[in-house]
Design a protein around this ligand. Structure first.
Ligand code: PLP
Length: 474
């Protein structure tokens, strides 16, 4: 592709993207293709000869677009709603062109130092102290795995060299709640602690970790000769966005000398709002914390911000420089490859920088507050309706509830099936995509509000669809 062709195709592509970002709601939000449709529509062999970009784009529209579930659609309210915002899209485009690989400071001084600057901006926006050093990983799952490696490094002598097995080391334990994201399960599995080392502490009526039960579990383990190494409280759990009592957990961790890793992947950015600053109370005492701009900060997937007050421990666990990567400036600069498994790092900070500058913190705060307002509005309609039952508090922008018709007496199993059916009916509209969870055994509908362009009209639409579809279910 020469530069004239690039210019021509690039302009056409930018036009396509601009239309898409403005009108993504032209498409059904949840893809309607059947399994294998995409595979069957494409040739089994790569082409031997060059094909024009227009032809490739035609196939993109014909074959791939129907197979997209539109996460960038304002009716996307499943899982956590996210946004690939325009400045972030431009930044990713530019980043691909620059193809920076910031393993060492010298392989990209700009990417290395912009990462430091943008993470400091974000840290101050959410009110974390400057003692936290940041690094960008792809996802919160990877950030949490790195936190667990650091906790292991801090707690078990010579673990980097000698590992855990075949020597005199006690069994270790990690604590989270029964609502914690499955990434912590995968982390303990991946780093060889074993799934049985994870203790799921019960939660209270608001789905928040019971700190008393945490203390008891730690005491039991100590009495049994088990070594507690980490506690993972969450600010904004995946099912209900519940908030664990981080200040109390911080007290326990300080007293017991245990690594505290706060999973604020979803909820952390809400601390940008003065009204929600308290969400991160106690997090200033964390050893590490993860916040995901790719969840609720309008950043195209993927970009996860990991902060630690003890990045020296992370480096002690991971720094390893083969001869061919030695540099004369190593003592006076940061080399991003020292802070994790990954050697190569792409220029992710560019998109966060462009987003924060393009919108400004005031406008971002206004959108976050608006999402919280929209969730409160939906909550008020649910609470006022005799046929709907709310199943969890709504601290942020996710609402959990079920249909439970007042005039029909249905068993729990029938209610589960009816609610599954209701979700399918809403999703078949093409306008809205919602998902489910299970709370205290009950099939629960989750409406997650978080896309940049979601408005009152979209929330009204989901409510109308729920009312209409539940009538037809009767
Ligand atoms: N933590 C929480 C609370 C989550 O809800 C999620 C995903 O939804 C994760 C961690 C994992 O996020 P990621 O996809 O960035 O690994």
């Amino acid at each position: 592709m020469n530069s004239d062709e690039f210019r021509k195709s690039g302009h056409a592509l930018v036009d396509w993207i601009a239309d898409y970002l403005e009108h993504s709601d032209r498409y059904p939000v949840l893809s309607r293709v059947a399994p294998r449709d995409i595979v069957n529509a494409l040739p089994a062999e790569a082409p031997e000869d060059p094909e024009p970009f227009e032809a490739i784009m035609r196939d993109f529209e014909r074959v791939l677009v129907p197979g997209l579930t539109h996460w960038n659609h304002p009716g996307f309210m499943a899982y956590f709603a996210i946004t690939g915002s325009a400045p972030g899209v431009l930044a990713d485009f530019l980043s691909a062109a620059l193809n920076q690989q910031a393993m060492l400071w010298r392989t990209s001084p700009a990417a290395t130092e912009l990462e430091e600057v943008t993470l400091a901006w974000l840290r101050r926006l959410i009110g974390l102290p400057d003692s936290f050093e940041g690094v960008i990983y792809d996802t919160a799952s990877i950030a949490t795995m790195h936190a667990m490696v650091a906790a292991r490094e801090a707690a078990v002598a010579e673990v980097r060299g000698k590992g855990l097995s075949g020597r005199d080391v006690p069994r270790v334990a990690v604590y989270c709640s029964d609502q914690t994201h499955s990434s912590i399960d995968k982390a303990v599995i991946a780093i060889g602690l074993g799934h049985e080392s994870l203790r799921k502490i019960p939660t209270d009526d608001a789905f928040a970790m019971c700190a008393d039960a945490l203390e008891q579990a730690i005491a039991r383990d100590r009495a049994d000769g088990v070594l507690p190494i980490a506690v993972v409280p969450t600010v904004g759990t995946t099912s209900t966005t519940s908030i664990d009592p981080v200040p109390r957990v911080a007290d326990v961790c300080a007293r017991e000398r245990i690594w505290m890793h706060v999973d604020a992947a979803y909820g952390g950015v809400a601390a940008m709002l003065p009204s929600h600053r308290h969400l991160l109370d106690g997090a200033e005492r964390a050893d590490s914390i993860v916040v995901n701009p790719h969840k609720w900060l309008f950043t195209p997937f993927d970009l996860s911000a990991f902060y630690s007050r003890r990045m020296d421990v992370v480096r002690a666990a991971f720094a390893l420089t083969p001869e061919y990567l030695q540099t004369s400036e190593a003592g006076s600069v940061k080399n991003l490859m020292d802070t994790g498994v990954q050697l190569g790092r792409r220029f992710r900070s560019l998109k966060l920088w462009m987003i924060l500058r393009s919108y400004g913190a005031k406008a971002i705060r206004a959108r976050l507050a608006d999402h919280i307002r929209l969730a409160a509005e939906l909550t008020s309609w649910i609470d006022a309706h005799p046929d709907f039952e709310r199943l969890a508090p709504v601290p942020l922008s996710v609402v959990c509830f079920r249909w439970k018709p007042a005039t029909l007496s249905l068993t729990e199993a029938e209610l589960d099936r009816a609610n599954e059916r209701l979700i399918d009916l809403v999703n078949s509209s093409g306008d809205i995509f919602i998902s489910h969870t299970r709370l205290r055994g009950r099939l629960t509908i989750r409406v997650a509000i978080g896309h940049l362009r979601t408005t009152d009209a979209h929330v009204r639409r989901v409510w109308d669809l729920l009312l209409q579809s539940s009538q037809s279910l009767r």
